[in-house]
Design a protein around this ligand. Sequence first.
Ligand code: NAP
Length: 266
Amino acid sequence: MDIALVGPGRAGTAVARALVDAGHRVVNVAGRTPDAESTRIAAARFEARVAPVQFAGRGAGLVLIATPDDAIGATAGAIAQSLEPDALVLHLSGVHGLAAFVPLVKARPDVQVGALHPLQTLPTPDAPVVGAWAAVAGPPLVAELARAVGMHPFAVADDHRAMYHAAAVIASNHVVALLGQVERLAAAANVPFAAFEPMTRSAVEHSFEVGPAAALTGPVARGDVATVLGHLDAIPDDERPAYRALAAAAYRLTGRNDTSLREVLA
Ligand SMILES: NC(=O)c1ccc[n+]([C@@H]2O[C@H](COP(=O)([O-])OP(=O)(O)OC[C@H]3O[C@@H](n4cnc5c(N)ncnc54)[C@H](OP(=O)(O)O)[C@@H]3O)[C@@H](O)[C@H]2O)c1
């Protein structure tokens, strides 16, 4: 397919690159402005034309809208008149479903719309998408495109989208935030952050092998109230809310009814 890439940042370029590797071609690149750095770099990388958003749909069978989430609706409106009949317009957002394209479908009932959210952090335009799962919505072609670039597609309905995206944010960003707490407490105890790596990796791997409840170890799982109290006493005031919240989440996983632990974590 000939592709128009609108929003040539990290995710858009990573997905477009994978589609090019699968035999497709990027013909148009449209960014915030025609001379924006990300626009120029992507156009050069794909040997594609730089187009204003209003004209970017011309000649493209597939339009990737990979702007920030808040700009998707306005971008779809801006590009509408240039779209080819039957073109597939896809966004890459996790939080938005097909509702983001309702005004577009009203204006251009002759085009198809879909969503393809790579369930993967893409910190650079060169990040690989192969092997990632992808939340898809829209016609079967969306799932076919995901498979063509080595992703595992699964459907998410619009009314489950925010819940799904919250889980995705917890699985990536919140895990990283938690490791930030590990790094701070380790530094305060003069212990290298790297020392925690094998333990963290095995806890994550074990959780996916046997499920989080069976993978849980430690003082909350054992009911060692004095140990938990000792931690809360030792760590700085501003680290306690996160520790308490996560220890309460661990307690929830145990399924036990332990009044003293509940009181400590309340
Ligand atoms: N990165 C990830 O880990 C990831 C993973 C999965 C899904 N996604 C989704 O992918 C989408 C893009 O995210 P991203 O992380 O790739 O963002 P990003 O790196 O900031 O890229 C956004 C791109 O859109 C351009 N842009 C901004 N406003 C625009 C507008 N009004 N019209 C046209 N282009 C515009 C930006 O131009 P400038 O460079 O000039 O600002 C940039 O090229 C989002 O929907 C996000 O939810 C991201």
